[in-house]
Design a protein around this ligand. Structure first.
Ligand code: AMP
Ligand code: ZN
Length: 304
């Protein structure tokens, strides 16, 4: 049977994987083949993490603005944060606005008011509050994936505004949490290497906003709290395809999470699914069926 729904749009059903740009910078649509690679990455990551027996949850792509304030995201990255706005007036007021828009091309969005939610900037912000006020008897690992949003100022290859991030979070005590983080760096380096990517492990910092932010970034780098795994993603660009972070008690304290009576420490390992896919396409070409057998086996996509 022919696939009539996509016959008129061959780029949607082609074997060549592609991110289709939209008219909005940093916002792209994955075609079928691209999304099949993302799905394969998702399942490979879950297999990779299986020995840790992570608890899996599904999280929405929006989050309470108050929560992001509480964990310092608003102060650290006001430039990247996207907030959700909505119309909060009467039908009569909306009618007035419609008339003004039709007659004077007046912008309707000036009547939008900020709501209590923001667009999720990183998957793991939904995971710490699940343990608020708990005193754990043993460390836990939680995992989720979400579309994340960052209002990136540049849109070089692989820098999207909306992208999918799979995260694993460990809540425990300092030493074993850093060991867990380091083990993820090694595991991710091996896995990405098996996928045929030219991966580097580099100490990194988050892009804190402004002058004070630069200092925070320097401290983060100095204390080696953040590691990034970088790889070429095409068009001459090298991007972080994954990162692993140790937060100390940054989340344990505001959410009063304890373990054996002590404030819990946390770490997370984050994987950018579009970026890893772009790196695979850059390394092996657009059609997964012609990728090296070892890569296909690691990923379980295409003919084996
Ligand atoms: P971060 O919280 O900045 O360490 O991000 C975690 C992972 O998400 C990174 O290692 C990337 O793989 C991915 N990521 C972050 N920002 C973007 C972006 N603007 N576009 C695509 N992927 C991103
Ligand atoms: Zn995280």
């Amino acid at each position: 049977m022919t696939d009539t729904s996509t016959a008129a749009q061959p780029h949607l059903s082609t074997a060549d994987a592609a991110l289709i740009p939209t008219e909005t910078p940093g916002i792209a649509v994955a075609n079928r083949s691209f999304d099949a690679i993302v799905a394969a990455l998702r399942s490979a990551l879950l297999t990779l993490s299986a020995p840790q027996q992570p608890v899996s949850v599904a999280v929405p792509p929006v989050i309470a603005r108050a929560l992001l304030e509480r964990v310092g995201y608003v102060d650290g990255f006001p430039n990247l944060l996207g907030t959700v706005h909505s119309f909060a007036g009467s039908p009569a007021r909306w009618h007035e606005l419609q008339l003004a828009r039709d007659e004077q091309n007046a912008p309707w969005h000036t009547a939008q008011q900020i709501t209590d939610v923001a667009v999720l900037p990183a998957t793991c912000y939904h995971l710490y509050p699940l343990f608020e006020g708990k005193d754990l008897t043993e460390p836990v690992v939680v995992t989720a994936e979400a579309y994340c949003y960052r209002n990136e100022g540049t849109h070089e290859h692989g820098r999207l505004r909306s992208f999918r991030m799979r995260e694993f979070v460990r809540i425990g005590v300092a030493d074993e949490v850093t060991e867990w983080r380091d083990a993820w760096v090694a595991r991710a380096e091996r896995w990405l290497g098996d996928l045929g990517l030219d991966v580097s492990v580099v100490p990194a910092s988050d892009p804190f906003f402004g002058g004070a932010g630069r200092l925070m970034g320097a401290t983060q780098r100095e204390q080696q709290l953040k590691w990034e795994l970088t790889a070429p993603v095409g068009d001459g660009a090298v991007q972080a395809v994954a990162s692993a972070n140790y937060h100390k008690d940054h989340f344990g304290t505001p959410f009063s999470i304890r373990i054996g009576g002590e404030t819990a420490h946390t770490a997370c390992a984050a994987f950018g699914l579009e970026r890893i896919t772009l790196a695979l396409l850059a390394a092996h070409g657009p059609d997964p069926a012609s990728w090296p057998a070892r890569v296909r086996a690691t990923l379980a996509v295409g003919p084996r």
